[in-house]
Design a protein around this ligand. Structure first.
Ligand SMILES: Cc1cc2nc3c(=O)[nH]c(=O)nc-3n(C[C@H](O)[C@H](O)[C@H](O)COP(=O)(O)O)c2cc1C
Length: 326
């Protein structure tokens, strides 16, 4: 078995899967700024992968070499589709496959999938077994879940650990807590102790609210866990995995980073993806300098890359002319 997880240096730092955020473009950008130990794809529906709608989901699995090791995260309802998906992911060159058992979105939950599986353990078990069968020991199968559905539920965690996933990532909140309550990092130690009591090789990764690598190191050490996964923290600092900060960049540098990011997006997606979805990243760069708020407001209205570029270039001109006056 080629379990790449067991070869990694610890603590392991992972960029969290985030739908409409962590596509190949963002992963390449983050890899340039400071690469995490492991990347995850956005969650990809296994029913979609084997239907006429495949063309609407396959972009989620697009990647380049620089993003490796890369784990494909999947979700869905039919165990046989998980099996088929695992075989396809091997052929596509993924390092591993992860099962989403934590997404709280109402649609999937009402169909009893994603975090709905916390309430349907027989189906959760079938899905893990089917994925392992498809993965055939060639790529490792991991699970990402939450601490429980309505309340913290260590029986659920015990149940998942007994299925012996290669890695268990715990978003340290219940489904009911969505992302509103602070993550329960104090509970991660218990998860580690449960893993140890089973003498299992499953790696334990904590997730929730991490803002810096130092904070991650401290929380992982306190729990005796193997690593941490970071999601929204990269909106405040996309350089987070390099232990540096976007706050140290000059306004000019930030504007050039924005343009590079946008150009990569254009080269990768052209007109196949909706451009305004990229605007959420403009806020990351147009931040922390005089005039940033006005600039952000203009950038949030742009409909095309060309329009965005014009605004950024005009702003760069104002910067150089204001330096010339000093
Ligand atoms: C916009 C967005 C999209 C997300 N999409 C996914 C997803 O596709 N799969 C998944 O397991 N979790 C998803 N999550 C949850 C994150 O992976 C992570 O568990 C959560 O944001 C908590 O970590 P953080 O506080 O570091 O962001 C998403 C979160 C956000 C904010």
């Amino acid at each position: 078995m080629q379990n790449f997880w067991q070869t990694l240096e610890k603590p392991i730092f992972i960029l969290a899967p985030m739908e409409d955020v962590t596509d190949t473009v963002l992963r390449q950008v983050i890899a340039r700024y400071g690469k995490p130990t492991v990347f995850f794809t956005e969650f990809t529906n296994v029913e979609g992968l084997f239907s006429k709608g495949e063309k609407h989901v396959i972009h989620r699995l697009q990647y380049t070499e620089i993003e490796l090791p890369l784990v494909a995260q999947i979700w869905g309802s039919q165990p046989e589709n998980f099996s088929k998906a695992a075989r396809k992911l091997i052929d596509m060159g993924f390092s591993g496959v992860d099962l989403n058992m934590g997404c709280p979105a109402q649609g999937p939950v009402s169909r009893g999938v994603c975090s709905g599986l916390i309430n349907d353990r027989p189906r959760a078990k079938e899905i893990i077994e089917a994925t392992k069968e498809g993965a055939a020991g060639i790529i490792p199968v991991s699970v990402k879940t939450r601490l429980g559905f309505r309340a913290i539920d260590f029986e659920w965690i015990q149940f998942v650990l007994e299925q012996k996933p290669a890695t268990l990532t715990v978003h340290l909140r219940t489904v009911s807590e969505m992302s509103k309550m602070p993550a329960h990092w104090d509970k991660l130690k218990t998860v580690v102790e449960m893993r140890d009591a089973l003498s299992s090789e499953t790696l334990i990764i904590g997730n929730g609210d991490i803002k810096s690598l130092n904070e991650a190191r401290q929380k992982v050490a306190e729990a005796g866990a193997d690593g941490a996964m970071v999601g929204r923290g990269i909106f405040e600092n996309p350089f987070l995995f390099s232990d540096t900060s976007i706050g140290d960049k000059t306004p000019e540098e930030k504007m050039h980073l924005l343009l590079d990011h946008m150009h990569l997006w254009q080269e990768t997606w052209g007109t196949t993806k909706y451009f305004p979805a990229l605007r959420k990243f403009f806020k990351v760069y147009a931040n922390g300098f005089p005039g940033a708020q006005d600039l952000r407001m203009q950038l949030m209205e742009t409909q095309t890359p060309e329009e965005t570029e014009q605004i950024v270039i005009a702003f760069l001109h104002t910067l150089s002319s204001s330096y010339a006056q000093h």
